[in-house]
Design a protein around this ligand. Structure first.
Ligand code: DSN
Length: 478
């Protein structure tokens, strides 16, 4: 049987891997099979192109390249320079940014780079100035205490976790929660929307060094022009984490007040969510912060991953093509079709709908916790994740919400009709699931009851829905 280039590439790669550790080759093949069969609604996941995936599996992985393009701490980085410069150029052009730093390994890393750049730029710290000029051995214990004192009580204002903010915006389980004195802004309890007057009030009271905008579970656009005005009014640096919606910015669905790049002092992102690139992070900024951002490695990052930067260059080149704008628009159209379908069937949605790539269902309307709903949906072949809703009575572990998103299914080619069918399947499962009890008969937030015949039937329908939209149709491993 003759194969196209993609099939040949992946088949050959698996053959080479199988000769060394067949279980790894099997797991890679199984992962493709599982992804092909799942109705994947995880809002932060996507499917990178074969070109992007292949750009990561090569000898760039062998290279150390601390430093920046043309200024490395290792010899022989000329080819790494080529791919890093290309990725940065594509990022600048795509987002209209002055400076792009493409080394961060993840979103957390990108945020750490940004936090440190802002601290180093903004905080009047004689100890920091000294520490940056002198060798560590020349610093006294008193210098170190001063450094911690001077940097240690800086303030950050970000979106609260239950309103859809992210852990890395100053919350306890993340280092940012130890670095900063953090306060949160929530959403209006009646509408679920950001109340910009309340954000301005919180900023006036708290006087943060950094105002952070960005979310992982807020289903609406954010007006970054207003947020910048708020930041300016209190002298804060305005940072946007666009990890979730970078693809919508790249595809020019979010423009004007809703495009963070012209409004923020610094923008961070991951590259693997709606942007559909390899797993990684990135920072965009103006000239004021560029020097500090470029010190990300070794300040907070380990050695750059040149193979991932190569893949970032490929994915960003793809995102600059005209068809990416069409893809980005379809992500939002699909999310709205899914939201409408759920609403019509009686579901409660946080904010009553969506204008981005994600929908947050308040499953307490079905009498369930997020944990029960997530598992019942998974039993039925629908992959989602549970998420807190604003003022969630069930906390961050059990939650009362299910977050769903459309970047992945849109990549497969599903459209509005399939979103309505998906809404029907989800509603059927949620409607037919009831809370279970623990071994002692007491109500449980984790146990649930769902007739296995319903789960099986929905699973079959979910699989049928995917059949006309094969994942990676260009890759045949058999
Ligand atoms: N884990 C990502 C998400 O699912 O939103 C964000 O870090």
């Amino acid at each position: 049987m003759s194969h196209n280039a993609e099939s040949t590439a992946f088949r050959s790669a698996l053959e080479v891997i199988r000769a060394v550790e067949p279980r790894v080759a099997d797991a890679i093949g199984a992962e493709l099979a599982d992804q092909r069969e799942s109705l994947k609604l995880i809002a932060s996941e996507n499917y990178a192109s074969p070109a992007t995936l292949l750009a990561m599996g090569n000898w760039f992985s062998d290279k150390y390249a601390e430093g920046t393009v043309g200024r490395r701490f290792y010899a022989g980085c000329q080819n790494v320079d080529t791919v890093e410069a290309l990725a940065a150029e594509h990022a600048r052009e795509l987002f209209g940014a002055t400076h792009a730093y493409v080394q961060p390994h993840s979103g957390i890393d990108a945020n750490l780079v940004a936090f440190w750049a802002i601290l180093a730029d903004r905080v009047e710290s004689p100890a920091l100035k000294k520490a940056q000029k002198r060798h560590v051995n020349d610093l006294t214990e008193e210098d170190w205490f001063a450094l911690r004192r001077e940097l240690g009580d800086q303030r950050m204002l970000g979106m609260s976790l239950d309103a859809g903010g992210h852990l890395t915006h100053g919350f306890r389980p993340n280092i940012s929660g130890k670095m900063f004195d953090q306060r949160s802004y929530g959403t209006d309890p009646a509408t679920g929307l950001i109340d910009y007057d309340r954000v301005a009030e919180a900023a006036r009271e708290f006087r943060p060094l950094i105002l952070v905008a960005g979310y992982s579970a807020y289903p609406r656009k954010v007006n970054f022009r207003i947020m910048r005005e708020i930041a300016d009014s209190v002298g804060a640096t305005f940072m946007v984490d666009m990890a979730h919606f970078a693809g919508l910015v790249a595809g020019k669905v979010f423009t004007g007040d809703f495009d963070p790049v012209p409004h923020a002092h610094i923008v961070t992102t991951t590259t693997h969510k709606s942007l559909r690139g390899p797993r990684g992070g990135m920072v965009l900024c103006g000239p004021e912060l560029a020097d500090q951002v470029d010190r990300g490695c070794p300040m907070v990052l380990g050695g750059p991953l040149p193979h991932v930067m190569a893949a970032k260059a490929v994915a960003l080149a793809e995102a600059r093509r005209a068809d990416f704008a069409d893809y980005a628009q379809r992500i939002v159209d699909n999310a709205q079709a899914l939201a409408d379908g759920l609403l019509r069937r009686g579901a409660t949605l946080v904010t009553g709908g969506t204008d981005n790539h994600l929908v947050l269902i308040d499953v307490s309307g079905y009498g369930l916790t997020g944990r029960q709903a997530e598992q019942a949906l998974l039993d039925s072949g629908i992959v989602t994740n549970r998420n807190a809703v604003p003022q969630d009575p069930n906390g961050a572990w059990y939650t009362s919400g299910i977050r769903i998103g459309t970047p992945a299914l849109t990549t497969r080619g599903l459209g509005a009709a399939e979103m309505d069918a998906t809404a029907e399947l989800m509603h059927t499962v949620l409607d037919r699931t009831s809370p279970g009890t623990g071994p002692d008969g007491a109500p449980s937030k984790a146990k649930y009851v769902l007739d296995p015949a319903v789960a099986e039937q929905v699973g079959k329908q979910a699989a049928d829905l995917l059949t006309p939209f094969p994942l990676y149709p260009e890759v045949n491993l058999t």
